[in-house]
Write a new protein. Structure first.
Length: 135
């Protein structure tokens, strides 16, 4: 009877180990996806150059700066760093630029927290603050 109990315990342990191994494989897939979405803190330095290229595509003048309010990443949550962005251009161009920026920033995840829009004729000036996330 002791042998059957021991065999049952070992069998349960093997099943649990197999489930953990399977979960680990699944978790690795999610981690890889998150790594594509979230850059490292060092990789954030590439964002201003990408931003300038997109701004040029839309004939928009853009200035960007990181803020000093960095919150470091932990094993369970992304880090954040604030930013300030000013963009100026024709109405349609500036709005298209912002839409592209929010939806298509490759390898960067950002959120806009505040907007200030001013219009002068067919020109618009956007001042926004937000956060970028990193791993």
């Amino acid at each position: 009877a002791a042998t059957r109990l021991q065999i049952a315990k070992e069998n349960n342990s093997l099943v649990a180990f197999a489930e953990i191994k399977e979960d680990s494989t699944e978790a690795a897939k999610y981690k890889a996806a998150m790594n594509k979405l979230l850059p490292t803190q060092t990789e954030l330095i590439n964002f201003p150059k990408w931003l300038q290229n997109v701004a040029a595509t839309y004939n928009v003048t853009a200035s960007f700066s990181f803020a000093a309010n960095t919150v470091l990443a932990t094993p369970t949550s992304a880090g954040t760093v604030g930013f300030s962005l000013t963009a100026e251009g024709k109405n349609e161009d500036a709005i298209s630029f912002l839409k592209d920026l929010e939806s298509r920033a490759p390898g960067f995840l950002l959120s806009f927290d505040s907007f200030n829009l001013t219009q002068s004729g067919s020109e618009i000036k956007v001042i926004t603050n937000g956060n970028m996330f990193f791993r």
